[in-house]
Structures are given as C-alpha cells and as structure tokens.
Design a protein around this ligand. Sequence first.
Ligand code: NAP
Length: 265
Amino acid sequence: MSHSSLGTALITGASSGIGAVYADRLARRGHDLVLVARDGARLHALASRLMAETGRQVDVMTADLGNAAQRARVEQRLRDDARLTLLVNNAGIGSPAKLLEADVEQMTHLIELNVTALTRLTYAAVPGLVARGGGAVINISSIVSITPELLNGVYGGSKAFVTAFSQSLHHELAARGLRVQAVLPGATATEFWARSGLAVEHLPKEWVMSAEALVDAALVGFDRGELITVPPLQEEAPLLAYEAARQAMAGKLSSNTPAARYASA
Ligand SMILES: NC(=O)c1ccc[n+]([C@@H]2O[C@H](COP(=O)([O-])OP(=O)(O)OC[C@H]3O[C@@H](n4cnc5c(N)ncnc54)[C@H](OP(=O)(O)O)[C@@H]3O)[C@@H](O)[C@H]2O)c1
C-alpha cells in the first residue's frame, strides 16, 4: 500500500456521526487517516471497511480526549507525524440543560473536550503544518456559536470559542499556508442528541440534516476556501451582512474616550 500524496488526516470523534462520515469522505478523496475516539471496536470496524474499500492506510487511536494523559498520546502523534496535512477537530458533546438544571461538573467536562482538547490538538498540529509549508484544520463548531440561546449556554459558549479561535487562526496563519474552516452544523441526525439527553426524533423533520449531507456540503465549502461554512443556512445574505457588521466595527472598538451615549447626565 503506497502512502497518499494528499497526506494523512487525523479525525477526532470518528467512531460515529459527523466524524465517521468525514473519515469515509476523506479516505475516498485519497487521504490516509488516523481515527480517534474512545470506542476502539467501532473505530477498528470503520478502519477495516475503509482500508478494504479505498486502499488507504487507516490507523486507530483509542483515547478519551477529556483525559489529559490519553490526549497527550494524540498530541504526540500530531507533533511527530510528518505526513500530517489535515486535522479535523470534530469530537464534542452537548447539553440542552439550562443553568439552573445543569451540573457544573458536566459543564467542566464539556469544556475540557470541546475547548481544551480542540485547543491542545491544534497547538500540537499547527507548528508542523506551517513548518512543512501548509496544511488544513477543520473545526466542527455549531450554529449555537451564533445563537447560544438555543441550547445550553456552556455548549454555545464552547462553540463560540471554536468559531472565534478559527477566525484568529486564519488571520494569523493563512499567509503561511494554513487553511482553516469552521463548520457550523444545525441539528444533524447523529447520536449527539441521545447522548445529550434529547431525542432527535422530537425535532421537526425540516430542521434535521443527515450527517452525510452535512459533511458533503461542508466539503464543498472547504474546497471553495470558505472560513465559515453554515450548510443549513439557505440564504447567504444574512451571514455576509453579519461578517460585514463585524468588520465595520473592527478598528473602532478601542478608544481613550467613552462613547457619547455613556456621558453621565
Ligand atoms: N448533531 C448535531 O446536531 C450537531 C450540531 C452542531 C454541531 N455538532 C457537533 O458535531 C460534532 C460531532 O458530533 P456528532 O453530531 O457527530 O455526534 P456523535 O455521533 O455523538 O459523535 C461524537 C463523537 O465524539 C466522540 N467523543 C465523545 N466524547 C469523546 C471523548 N471524551 N474523547 C474522544 N472522543 C469523544 C464520540 O466517540 P466515542 O464515544 O467513541 O468516544 C463520537 O465519535 C460535535 O463537536 C458536535 O458538537 C453536532
């Protein structure tokens, strides 16, 4: 089996849902893969199928990314693998609970996976990618990064971090050959909902996209060089206006004088 000229993509949360579809699509595009999640049996089954169907090399790393020691092995692989060209930060958990009903220990665990693990894996991968002349990071954020009122606020906040971190990475390193994309799925039919304690079947059908449709659309956005990709948003105009408003404020957000509207009476 020859190594892929597209290099290796490491995908977190590849044992189910969106991550498993990325594994399928990226192997078919010609990437070799490293699949990461906790459920080794599922990862090995997916790896065997993809190796048989695509002829690509698919490695498995069983790791709980919420556990610092287990995560360190994945960080080491990202630092050491000179064939790495793409990191897909997809592993994540959610919650629909409001603050008064939510357990702060669970919220801390959510931040550890959605924010800390994503940050540490990015820091492990990016210096090598840049040193080798470039590569890509795809971060799976969420529409709740724009609308944190929809689900749990810590989940929304964690995804706002993912979108903002992606914007900053693009700003800092696009000129050094790093491609960055934040993907903002809406409701997607995966185990995410059952794991979060909500049955996806209770959502209106018109809201819920398949993981396959989500990933295929996101890859169209990736190929177009988009920084922010929101597959379910039918009209692009509000997203462009949102970004234009943000850019219009940039450069005006720091001043030695408070705005006139804050003058005391
Ligand atoms: N589904 C939606 O409606 C939706 C909408 C917007 C954004 N998203 C985002 O999409 C991403 C993927 O979720 P999904 O919808 O595909 O849900 P999913 O089917 O539940 O997949 C989550 C993946 O993350 C892995 N994972 C969970 N905890 C982990 C841990 N501690 N360490 C390592 N891996 C872990 C799971 O595998 P193991 O259990 O084997 O570890 C699984 O492979 C998440 O970041 C989620 O926030 C989902």
